[in-house]
Design a protein around this ligand. Structure first.
Ligand SMILES: [Zn+2]
Ligand SMILES: [Zn+2]
Length: 250
């Protein structure tokens, strides 16, 4: 994968996104390393290793890692099967803000969700609920349209991909184009704003030059952050985080 090279190139092209892109480089590296570990190591032991790599990659304070270790004791197997449990670990008296802790736990849980998605383990009891990811239950905020005009929704948490309606709102579920407003940027990335529920979903065609140059949908999601700033300033809501765990752009 050429992700590292793409990111380096993009940082010179779009220096205002340097921080975001560098973080994505770390997130991608972390997930890649963890994928190997989760495949080969004893599942319970592998959580320890995950924490170690997590600490190193994101320069997480030692205290936070030991706190996590304590919080996870005896729950390892449960967490491997239901990574959402990780998000429930409570931190009291920590110095970081709640938002920051949530985001860290999100990043840590990502490789576990990705493993579930790879194993195609669908946890949602109601498979008719097409608005949420069938693996981890998150809403979709990102979609790609292929050359046959089919639209696929992508889960930022676990990477699961599913075909959905070509037009409509991914959150409240209507399929009426009259209820959708569009914001489009110079790269032809679109934010589809639902006038009914004030949610938005991003979409872009796989044939746009930017995607042909950088064929990683999560990277495109980050490059088009400025478009989301406009959407959020107008009061529209992103219902699930991007690959960095960020939902509200400030
Ligand atoms: Zn998912
Ligand atoms: Zn809606």
């Amino acid at each position: 994968m050429d992700l590292k090279i793409w990111i380096e190139k993009l940082i010179t092209e779009k220096p205002h996104l340097k921080e975001v892109l560098s973080l994505y480089d770390k997130v991608a590296g972390f997930n890649k390393e963890c994928e190997k570990i989760l495949k080969t190591e004893d599942p319970v032991k592998s959580l320890d290793k995950l924490l170690e790599i997590f600490g190193k990659t994101f320069e997480v304070p030692y205290e936070f890692i030991s706190f996590l270790k304590e919080g996870l004791e005896g729950k390892e197997e449960e967490v491997l099967y239901y990574p959402k449990k990780l998000w429930e670990i409570a931190f009291f008296g920590e110095e970081s803000s709640e938002e920051e802790i949530k985001r860290m736990l999100f990043l840590l849980s990502m490789p576990l969700f990705r493993k579930l998605a790879l194993e195609d383990r669908k946890n949602k009891p109601n498979s008719e609920d097409r608005k949420r990811c069938l693996v981890c239950g998150e809403f979709y905020s990102l979609s790609v349209i292929d050359e046959n005009n089919k639209r696929y929704f992508l889960c930022p948490v676990c990477g699961y991909k599913e075909e959905g309606p070509r037009i409509g709102c991914g959150y409240c579920g209507h399929t009426s184009c009259e209820k959708i407003d569009l914001l489009v940027d110079e790269d032809e990335i679109r934010v589809e704003l639902c006038k009914d529920c004030k949610s938005y979903v991003k979409s872009f065609k796989e044939t746009i030059p930017l995607y042909l140059k950088y064929p990683d949908p999560y990277l495109i999601d980050l490059i088009s952050l400025p478009l989301e700033v406009v959407a959020q300033e107008r009061g529209f809501i992103r219902r699930s985080p991007n690959i960095l765990g960020i939902r509200e752009i400030k």
